[in-house]
Design a protein around this ligand. Structure first.
Ligand code: UDX
Length: 404
């Protein structure tokens, strides 16, 4: 098929390369000229495992452009633009702008418009009113850092449609993944995405609260608790890693968006609100651990990205931690294998540890695993539970969810 993808961020690019691999012709549209220019030279604008390689391998199936006009004879067009939360509410302006542009280019074409961007319930219905073409809601559940893998091997495919044939066509497109398919209404499909992200955020905040209690106990380690409860199939072991909190381009904005969306409907999402509150208090706890070691001096923050295997620092808790430490008067140096920031002096890993009085692990990159020996002599705070406490010097080591 000839497939348009509007919005070349991580979701758009991952969707594009995976469908290009399936032999489809992809027209990638973005308003960012530099991004398009780079992509025309086979340069991925972001770091995402496998993306650069896939882009090069299937380049013959791609056209990158800022010109919507090239979408005129597509079979379907994905909307993968961002849906930021502004002043606590979802901003749908980019989605509606795309819809208006598509209405103009698809005039004589019955291409199906597929919404992959995360949008509050009711949005597909509004997009349909604008474009008039068939609209399918097909939310994305990919995680940054494993975006391509997740796109190829999703746990499920959700297809929200009003017109059955349009839904069938999108379902067929993803058949190669062999994933179970949930057919739903537009509103259900849109709600599924928010329910999934909110639930995962709640799960992490839950284990983080349990971690708080563990820290107050003698000989109590949250990782043991998480491992044991995770063996209960009803709970499952995933998203039970206690840490300095959840960040990234999705959880913070999506939890806020659904809370305010529900409030407008007269409903309070008390549990999601509590999860946000718990998350906002994570940094304070790390700072208080730090103050237990030193009141001033040099701090090395290992990890700047919001999670490993990405260079994305959007809503990164590591970055927020750096800002807080600076405002508390500490001198901060940082190291990350991929991400960069102007908020701290970025140095090499060895240099970062050498300068530091205290080392804080803020992102669980593989490179930071097994650093126990190298960290000897330093105060260390493990914010992501990747170090082995038994290999650390007792008086110089603290970790999230680890009791005295
Ligand atoms: C998330 C969802 O997982 C994905 O399905 C959706 O499509 C987009 O949002 P992403 O933001 O890329 O994906 O990363 P994810 O792996 O979910 O991590 C989000 C945050 O939670 C990160 O800051 C991560 O460090 C944190 N996290 C995750 C924990 O603190 N503990 C965990 O156990 C898991």
């Amino acid at each position: 098929m000839k497939i348009g993808i509007v919005g070349l961020g991580v979701v758009g690019l991952a969707t594009g390369v995976v469908l290009a691999e399936q032999g489809h012709k992809i027209i990638g549209v973005d308003i960012d000229q530099n991004k398009v220019k780079g992509l025309e030279c086979k340069r991925s604008p972001i770091y995402e495992p496998g993306l650069q390689e896939m882009l090069e391998r299937y380049f013959h199936n791609f056209t990158f452009t800022t010109d919507y006009g090239l979408l005129f004879n597509t079979d379907l067009v994905f909307i993968t633009v961002s849906t930021p939360t502004i002043d606590g509410k979802i901003y749908l302006g980019y989605v509606f702008d795309v819809a208006k542009r598509l209405r103009d280019v698809l005039k004589r074409n019955d291409a199906i418009v597929v919404i992959k961007s995360t949008v509050v319930p009711g949005t597909a219905r509004k997009v349909k009113e604008i474009v008039k073409n068939d609209v399918v809601s097909n939310p994305e559940f990919l995680r940054e850092g494993s975006a391509i893998l997740d796109t190829k091997n999703p746990d499920r495919i959700v297809i929200g449609s009003e017109n059955k044939e349009a839904g069938d066509l999108v379902e067929n497109l993803w058949k190669f993944t062999n994933a179970p398919v949930i057919r739903a209404t537009w509103e259900e499909a849109e709600m599924i995405k928010y329910a999934a992200n909110s639930f995962l955020a709640v799960k992490i905040s839950f284990i983080n609260e349990i971690a708080n209690v563990c820290e107050k106990l003698k000989d109590c380690d949250v990782t043991v608790i998480a491992k044991a409860i995770g063996m209960d199939k009803r709970i499952s072991p995933y998203f039970l890693n206690a840490g300095i909190g959840w960040g990234g381009s999705c959880f913070p904005k999506d939890t806020q968006a659904i809370v305010s969306f529900a409030r407008d409907l007269g409903e309070e999402l008390k549990i999601v609100e509590a999860a946000i509150k718990v998350n906002n208090e994570r940094i304070k706890r790390v700072v208080s651990m730090l103050k237990g070691f030193i009141k001033e001096g040099n701090v090395c923050v290992l990890g700047v990205a919001f999670k490993p295997n990405t260079d994305d620092t959007r809503e990164s808790v590591a970055l927020k931690l750096i800002k807080t430490l600076k405002s508390e008067g500490y001198k901060v140096v940082a190291y990350d294998p991929k991400a960069i920031t102007n908020e701290a002096k970025m140095v090499g890993l060895d240099e970062c540890i050498r300068i530091a009085d205290v080392v804080i692990i803020a992102t669980e990159w593989d490179e930071f695993k097994g650093l126990e020996e190298k960290l000897r002599g330093k105060f260390v705070i493990d914010g992501r539970r990747i170090l082995d406490p038994s290999k650390m010097e007792k008086e110089k080591f603290k970790a999230v969810g680890l009791g005295e």
